[in-house]
Design a binder for this molecule. Structure first.
Ligand code: ASP
Ligand code: MG
Length: 431
């Protein structure tokens, strides 16, 4: 039992709102809770909508035809609304308006070519529609209040990875949300923020968890619950690994590290705001809402089961000095500077006498930018379509399990962590 009128933040990701049946299930979960607590509900785009929007945006930005893809997106959302609420498409006024807005923005993009370096800015203006559309449908299904979070969650202008202006955001949230929450549940978008000039930003892919944490921090919520299609925080992604185990309880610290290495279960920025205010994070299954799940909080534990983390679409870049001199601190300064400017994050790195290697997420555009800047000083080699594996709390059996039969391109171990880069497996199958 929770304390009466405690404040809870719930986050529902794409899979939990992927169709009308999933939204009905969400309604059941929320109804079961709403009597006990004030509830802020953070919702992501439905199913694979963000990927679909990325494709549509890419086409519009490069002045290509996107009509059929947009039509599919429109049909999907209006179809779900019709299934839930009945009536004709045009009767779902708010949804209809949002789809019209999206249509207009895309048409303008396609007709008026924009400079290549405005890609990220325009990306945010378009991709945000996934969350706007989803919350519009979910709020109506719940008969809850719909909140546009963008004027509240203030960020800077770092497109696609908006950095939160904490003092302003906290002020806005504390000023505006409590009266709404007293009236009843509030539904808002994950993943979005807004700049002082009123432009939309996004917080990084899968950023809705982070949104839930930002609100919880500002409101000093009692707990955050992330509803997922898995039983809790597992030691590996069951899509890729056999015999996964659930952690019933795990510390903030361990979870931050796992997220850092790429465990996709929680967005890496989520934990810090919660840890600062000691707000527990519960990970639960929307398929089995009464099951225990995982509690992430202030706790100590004995030896944890090794965690297996896989990151795909990796790129291994090696820099060699052209005159065969050693890689110096000055060289490294230059390489790090160029990586930061291209906004390529280093997932793993290694230095040898005349070469320096980094493993990053692959992005053709960012890689080109990097090469442009460093090509004159260094001989640069790179490989793409690689995978990066990390084993946290490894032992010899877990290392063997992952490395047997693979050719490792780069390998590293510290006391707790074993990492390697290898080529993507030709045949898919559970590891
Ligand atoms: N819809 C966004 C994404 O797919 C944000 C999220 O799901 O958290 O990346
Ligand atoms: Mg998502």
């Amino acid at each position: 039992m929770q304390e009466p009128h405690s404040l809870q933040v719930y986050k529902f990701g794409g899979a939990s709102v992927k169709d009308a049946a999933a939204i009905r299930n969400l309604v059941r979960i929320v109804r079961g809770q709403a009597a006990h607590s004030q509830l802020l509900i953070v919702v992501s785009a439905m199913g694979k909508t963000t990927n679909a929007l990325e494709e549509i945006f890419q086409l519009a930005f490069t002045a290509q035809e996107y009509g059929p893809q947009l039509q599919a997106l429109r049909g999907f959302h209006t179809g779900v609304a019709q299934e839930l609420f009945g009536g004709q498409a045009a009767e779902h006024r708010q949804l209809h308006q949002l789809l019209e807005q999206l249509d207009q923005l895309l048409a303008r993009l396609q007709q008026e070519p924009q400079p290549a370096d405005s890609f990220d800015q325009h990306y945010d203006q378009i991709i945000s529609f996934g969350e706007l559309l989803a919350t519009c449908i979910v709020a109506r299904a719940l008969e809850a209040q719909w909140l546009d979070c963008r004027p509240m969650l203030r960020t800077d202008h770092t497109w696609r990875e908006g950095r939160i202006d904490w003092p302003t955001t906290e002020w806005n949230v504390r000023d505006q949300l409590p009266p709404l929450l007293q009236r009843g549940p509030v539904v808002t978008q994950g993943f979005l923020g807004g700049t002082p000039s009123g432009h939309t930003t996004t917080l990084g892919r899968e950023g809705s968890d982070y949104t839930a944490a930002i609100f919880a921090y500002c409101l000093q919520a009692q707990a955050v619950t992330i509803w997922k299609d898995v039983a809790g925080l597992l030691n590996a992604d069951p899509k890729f690994f056999a015999d996964t185990v659930r952690y019933p309880e795990i510390s903030y610290q361990e979870t931050i590290e796992m997220a850092y290495y790429g465990a996709s279960v929680i967005h890496p920025k989520t934990i810090k705001p919660l840890a600062v205010r000691r707000i527990p994070l519960l990970v639960k299954s929307f398929l089995d809402p009464t099951a225990e799940g995982t509690r992430i909080g202030d706790c100590r534990h004995e030896l944890l089961a090794p965690a297996f983390i896989r990151k795909d679409a990796q790129c291994l870049i090696s820099f060699e000095s052209k005159d065969l001199t050693f890689i110096s601190e000055e060289n490294l300064e230059e390489i790090f500077g160029a990586l930061a400017q291209a906004r390529l994050k280093i997932n793993m790195m290694q230095n040898s006498a005349i070469s320096f290697s980094v493993c990053t997420d692959f992005s053709a555009y960012r890689l080109e930018k990097l090469l442009g800047q460093l090509r004159d000083q260094f001989t640069i080699h790179y490989n793409t379509e690689l995978e990066l594996y990390t084993i946290k709390n490894y032992d010899s059996a877990s290392v063997r399990r992952l490395t047997d039969g693979r050719e490792l391109l780069l390998e590293q171990r510290t006391r707790q962590t074993f990492q390697f880069v290898c080529r993507s497996a030709a045949v898919a199958g559970l590891i």
